[in-house]
Design a protein around this ligand. Sequence first.
Ligand SMILES: NC(=O)c1ccc[n+]([C@@H]2O[C@H](COP(=O)([O-])OP(=O)(O)OC[C@H]3O[C@@H](n4cnc5c(N)ncnc54)[C@H](O)[C@@H]3O)[C@@H](O)[C@H]2O)c1
Length: 304
Amino acid sequence: MKVLVTGGAGFIGSHIVDKLVKQDWQVVVLDNLSSGRREHVPQAAKLIVMDVASDDLTEVFKTEQFDYVIHLAAQTSVPASLTDPENDGRINIIGTIKVLEAARVSGVKRIIFASTAAVYGSEAKVPIIETDVVRPASFYGLSKLTVEQYLRVYKDLFGLEYVVLRFANVYGERQGDTGEGGVISIFARRILAGQSVNIFGDGNQTRDFIYVGDVANANIRALTAPCSGVTANISTNTEISVNKLTEVMGKIAKCQVEKTYLAARNGDIYRSSLDNSTAIKALGWQPETDLDAGLVKTLAALKM
Ligand SMILES: NC(=O)c1ccc[n+]([C@@H]2O[C@H](COP(=O)([O-])OP(=O)(O)OC[C@H]3O[C@@H](n4cnc5c(N)ncnc54)[C@H](O)[C@@H]3O)[C@@H](O)[C@H]2O)c1
């Protein structure tokens, strides 16, 4: 079976591609390398360097005849979506419509879409379930939510199967220090360089940190699980405070972490965790890597 991974040279995408290749899938990566890296794509996968919003996309789908698509390529920064909503919409909405049209025309069976906890907005309760109110507080969250609705209509009108995965804060090896959920990546680099970490607010704000290998497993499960039309949080259902995170990272790095507390940022949510029972039931998936184990791998990769 042949699968296209858009954004497959990026942080999450490259972990998915590694696992697909190991499981003998035929893998094609389409990525414009704006943040992704060519060297993160294994030899066994074919890399097409192209923008998802390109008019040449239909031709690629026609030639390659993909069975499945995992669509990750995106503008991933919340602040960038606020300063340049047009670019966010061009990549995240128009780019995705192009992927959907090309998928429909070429007869793709199913598309897996990388959505986000940012669709819920800043008023969400804890833990968040998928049927809770969606009220994105950024254009990034809004563009992801818009695509979720396009997927529903494509399925209703044309029978194109889809699974929406709303990721919590993903962390792990190869994560950059921009875009979504990069706090662990930023802290890890500073701690290893012996620098202090900046904490916005009192540090008791919580997040749900999910290891990238577990996110990759969820995407691969979603390809074939009998769950078309499902929207599922991909998370640990656990709240970790930023203070606790810093303490655990310090212990693993065997150093005392200096913390600098700064004013809380406007629009940052205080508590966050996502219920993951839908994913457990619908995908037959569950997170396997706890925070300590995931942080050990993340810090070790940065030391190399
Ligand atoms: N990292 C997180 O915590 C997190 C949380 C929720 C959702 N997501 C979503 O997961 C997906 C992957 O995110 P990531 O953290 O791996 O980010 P990333 O920046 O590492 O990966 C994105 C990839 O897409 C590519 N890309 C960007 N714009 C493109 C375009 N116009 N055409 C083709 N390729 C393009 C980049 O080069 C990169 O390889 C994104 O859709 C993101 O919104 C990530």
